[in-house]
Design a protein around this ligand. Structure first.
Ligand SMILES: Cc1cc2nc3c(=O)[nH]c(=O)nc-3n(C[C@H](O)[C@H](O)[C@H](O)COP(=O)(O)OP(=O)(O)OC[C@H]3O[C@@H](n4cnc5c(N)ncnc54)[C@H](O)[C@@H]3O)c2cc1C
Length: 429
């Protein structure tokens, strides 16, 4: 069983998060599964994930989690997330001996804080269920004669199966082994592939004043990504960080797929930062008027420290004041009506022009991939290609930071594994 050249029952390409999960489910369901992995170990990206702590899923319920993938993604993932809700992913890992715990931003991590425990659990579970894993067996090509799939690996070995699952991931972080191998295979089969772009990646800005704010983080704000015509592409109320290249932190990274796609075409996007989303303009104006009565006419930046959101770092306030054309040392009683209006507008929407992303080498995921309409959302079977299944990041799905990428990888892999188990050996076509 599992030797090259022989007819395989189920062949899975890629021993990452989705490939290992699918292997476990299909093998436990009675299929003979061979997994071919390109690099020398399984789950390289799992090991690198979450700052090597691996944020395996989210505390959100299935509906709420699916909604975070946008309208198309939500429609596609609804069945999968109901079938394998985030809470069940957590239970599955607990059952494999990996206790988990909750962290801020609805994240779930292994309690050990060690991504290796997650990778080891996935690999052990797949092997225990009976799957065979072949390392350093990177697929070079796939083809079908309408009945059998033939896969050629790097050293000219040939593998055949009626059932082929593509779980080779995207093309972000290429040093981990995921170099976008799946896209040309899918295109050669005549399938629609949405152009892959880097996502969950920091943004670049050309503005020197932005770079000067390096190291400043703002927790309670809302970032909205705007087109030059004022159209808002998306809003995220999450932490934001200024860096020597532009913007980072969950808010900026969540918006990055729009930036990557747009900067390849029109450009001219800006992130508008509302530092006080909980306070409307009236409340802020009132706070400034109240502050004008403070004794000793302190600097405005210090006076604003009384707002419920806490003080704004001096360098950041100076940038906000400059964007409102105010001198940074303006005193609380030195604001006239026009200045107050300008300052409120700057605090509710500091404009940070963004140019692009820092690119594939630093992107956590790939947005784009196999168009969802090519795939049955209940089984992950590719509609026009009998015996072919696609799972995980190779699909045109992308969600925000917070364990959603693994949740999507596991849920799509679960559906494919169940479909394979149900259809039984050799009967898929
Ligand atoms: C630095 C970093 C941190 C991240 N942190 C998180 C996080 O905390 N939470 C979260 O939800 N997501 C996180 N992600 C995203 C997450 O890792 C991916 O979305 C997820 O791993 C996708 O699973 P997958 O199985 O589709 O692809 P992968 O896990 O990338 O697996 C694909 C596998 O296929 C193999 N392969 C590639 N080409 C071939 C080939 N030709 N033949 C055979 N095998 C091949 C690869 O070597 C790899 O093992 C992070 C990503 C990165 C890069």
């Amino acid at each position: 069983m599992g030797a090259e050249g022989e007819l395989q029952d189920v062949l899975i390409l890629g021993a990452g998060a989705a490939g290992l999960w699918c292997a476990e489910v299909a093998a436990r369901g009675g299929r003979e599964v061979a997994v071919l992995e390109k690099v020398t170990r399984t789950g390289t990206k799992v090991l690198a994930s979450g700052g090597t702590r691996c944020n395996i899923t989210t505390t959100l319920g299935p509906e709420e989690a699916a909604r975070l993938f946008g309208a198309k993604g939500e429609r596609f993932l609804r069945a999968g997330f109901r079938n394998l809700p985030p809470a069940e992913v957590r239970e599955r890992f607990e059952g494999w001996g990996v206790p988990t715990e909750v962290a801020p931003l609805e994240k779930i991590f292994p309690s050990s804080g060690n991504a290796k425990d997650v990778r080891d659990a996935l690999e052990s579970a797949a092997r225990a269920a009976g799957a065979t894993i072949h390392l350093e067996a990177g697929a070079r090509s796939i083809e079908s004669d309408g009945d059998l799939w033939t896969v050629r690996t790097g050293d000219d070995r040939v593998w055949r199966s009626r059932t082929l699952v593509l779980a080779v991931g995207g093309k972000s972080y290429p040093k981990t082994g995921t170099t976008g191998d799946g896209y040309p295979w899918l295109e050669a089969l005549g399938l629609e592939v949405v152009t892959p772009v880097p996502a969950l990646v920091p943004l670049t800005s050309q503005e020197a004043w932005v770079h000067e704010l390096t190291g400043i983080a703002w927790q309670g704000g809302e970032a909205r990504l705007e087109r030059p015509d004022g159209r808002i592409l998306e809003r995220r109320r999450r932490p934001l960080m200024f860096t020597h290249r532009g913007l980072s932190g969950p808010a900026a990274m969540d918006l990055s797929h729009h930036v990557a796609r747009d900067s390849a075409t029109s450009g001219g996007l800006s992130v508008k930062v509302d530092f006080f989303p909980e306070l409307d303009r009236e409340r802020l104006r009132a706070a400034l008027v109240d502050a004008a009565g403070l004794p000793g006419a302190p600097r405005l930046q210090r006076a604003l420290g009384s707002l419920e959101t806490g003080p704004m770092p001096r360098r950041l306030f100076d940038a906000v004041a400059a964007s409102a054309s105010l001198p940074s040392d303006v005193a609380v009683n030195g604001l006239d009506r026009r200045m107050r209006h300008a300052l409120v507008e700057a605090m509710k929407g500091l404009s940070v022009p963004v140019r692009g992303t820092v690119g594939w080498d630093h992107a956590e995921v790939t947005a784009g991939g196999l168009a969802l309409r090519e795939v049955n959302p209940r089984t992950m079977a590719v509609n026009r290609c009998p015996g072919l299944f696609v799972v995980g990041e190779l699909l045109d799905l992308n969600g925000p930071i917070g364990g959603l990428s693994f949740q999507a990888a596991f849920a799509t892999a679960q559906l494919a594994g169940e479909a394979l188990a149900k259809s039984g050996r050799g009967s898929l076509d």
